[in-house]
Design a protein around this ligand. Structure first.
Ligand SMILES: [Zn+2]
Length: 444
């Protein structure tokens, strides 16, 4: 079963690139060959769902674009240059449509390796093999299309977002709010700081936990005048051996928190629990428990199933998702720092759900299972990623759990976030919630 890769790429390109002429077609020959921008459809028959295969990496050619060496898939037989522009038409010399589809839809992950939770990981990805985790390759491809359009039609892309150089989304997954005293005590006892443990335990007797800290998080975000996004986990307890929430979102305490966040203009989304990435029934039940107008989702532990999850979310009336980052590495899992429509492989169609790719998660940086960085090295690792986002006036979506704002167990992580966000502020970023970005992009 072949996929209409052209339709998917066309829709995603024009989601972010606007022109005074509106939308127009590229001549994806041999289907058509009478237009002004010709793209050879060398890869369109490659995307056959009954015969999923990886693109052979020895067939990749590298070309220079915007001063960077980028990989191109499906090149012309006698490939010489990226694009030839003459008078009022142009020929692109590789199948840029298929190349975009390959990374943006997640096709490269269909035949990839998964970890014990069933997640695609960076360590065994095509993105790693090509060395492009910190290079938003799809943005480079989009830039090639834009360059060609601007030159052929003599027009300019309409600019967005005022004078800001990029957009930062601060997001918080709320997994734990009640067990800070316990995990804090364990960590204090290991360091022989018994008194700290006693203090935590006494506070606990009065119903206080250092991880029930929504006020602290909101105050922090205020420094950036940021409307943030909070994803609440609506299922308590364990799922097999895995941990869901340590709190009951239906209780008055959490319903009040949600109400306060919404009243302050923040975005409250659902943090789909284990299993909900495969079950619309489960995800819908969880959304209902928040008693809020929910636009978006991020799956707990970044679970995501290429076949099921887009359709699960669409059925559950989720408008945007932000689960797609590698758990074990920062950067551009789907090759982009732009929002994009997911591809629904189950139903072979463009999904209505818009993805805001996750660029960096706190635990990715520090967990010994993942990058295991010293806190002092985080800035250095992230800077090239942020520079790429700036280059494309893109979207920097960052996940910091509420637990990381507390000195209990995760001392120092709040300062790390502050350094990152100060850097963004200094570099002329604006700060919005995912919901506000979604509304702006969709014009709703
Ligand atoms: Zn989570």
């Amino acid at each position: 079963m072949l996929i209409d890769v052209y339709a998917y790429v066309h829709q995603n390109f024009f989601l972010m690139y606007k022109y005074s002429l509106g939308k127009f077609n590229f001549d994806y020959f041999p289907r058509e060959r009478n237009g002004r921008i010709l793209v050879p459809s060398l890869g369109s028959s490659f995307f056959d769902l009954s015969n999923v295969k990886s693109y052979p990496l020895d067939k990749v050619v590298f070309a220079e674009w915007m001063g960077i060496k980028i990989p191109l898939l499906f090149p012309d037989q006698n490939y010489v240059e990226v694009v030839t522009i003459s008078e009022s038409n142009a020929v692109i010399h590789f199948d840029i449509i298929a190349s975009i589809f390959y990374f943006l839809s997640g096709w490269d992950e269909l035949s990839g390796s998964i970890d014990s939770l069933g997640r695609q990981v960076y360590a065994k990805s095509v993105v790693k093999e090509l060395g492009i985790a910190k290079l938003p390759i799809v943005n480079y491809y989009f830039d090639i299309l834009n360059y060609t359009i601007e030159n052929v039609y003599g027009i300019k892309r309409l600019q967005h977002y005022g004078n800001h150089s990029f957009t930062t989304h601060i997001t918080h997954d709320i997994d734990k709010c009640e067990s800070g005293w316990l995990e804090g005590c364990v960590s204090y006892i290991k360091r022989m700081q018994l008194w700290n443990c006693i203090v935590l335990s006494i506070k606990r007797l009065y119903g206080l936990d250092p991880w029930f800290n929504m006020d602290e998080v909101i105050d922090f975000d205020l420094k950036y005048q940021a409307k943030a996004t909070f994803f609440f986990l609506a299922k308590k307890g364990r799922y097999r051996s895995l941990r869901n929430a340590d709190y009951n979102v239906s209780s008055a305490k959490y319903q009040n928190s949600i109400k306060q966040l919404v009243e302050a203009g923040h975005d409250v989304g659902i943090h789909g629990s284990f299993g909900s990435h495969m079950s619309a029934r489960q995800l819908m039940l969880e959304v209902d428990k928040l008693n809020a107008l929910v636009y978006g989702n991020r799956f707990h532990f970044l679970m995501f199933d290429l076949f099921q999850s887009p359709s699960v979310m669409e059925t559950s009336r989720i408008l945007y998702d932000s689960s797609l980052g590698f758990p074990d590495f920062i950067g551009f899992r789907r090759g982009t720092c732009y929002p994009f429509y997911l591809f629904d492989f189950l139903n072979n169609k463009v999904s209505k759900v818009v993805e805001f790719p996750l660029i960096v998660m706190d635990s990715t940086l520090i967990s010994p299972k993942y990058m295991g960085l010293e806190l002092s090295r985080v800035g250095q690792e992230l800077q090239p990623v942020i520079l790429e986002i700036q280059k494309f006036n893109g979207f920097f979506t960052i996940l910091w759990h509420n637990t990381m704002f507390s000195e209990v167990k995760y001392g120092g992580m709040r300062n790390v976030l502050e350094e990152i966000l100060d850097y963004c502020l200094l570099n002329n970023s604006r700060f919005t919630s995912l919901k506000d970005s979604w509304s702006e992009i969709m014009g709703k």
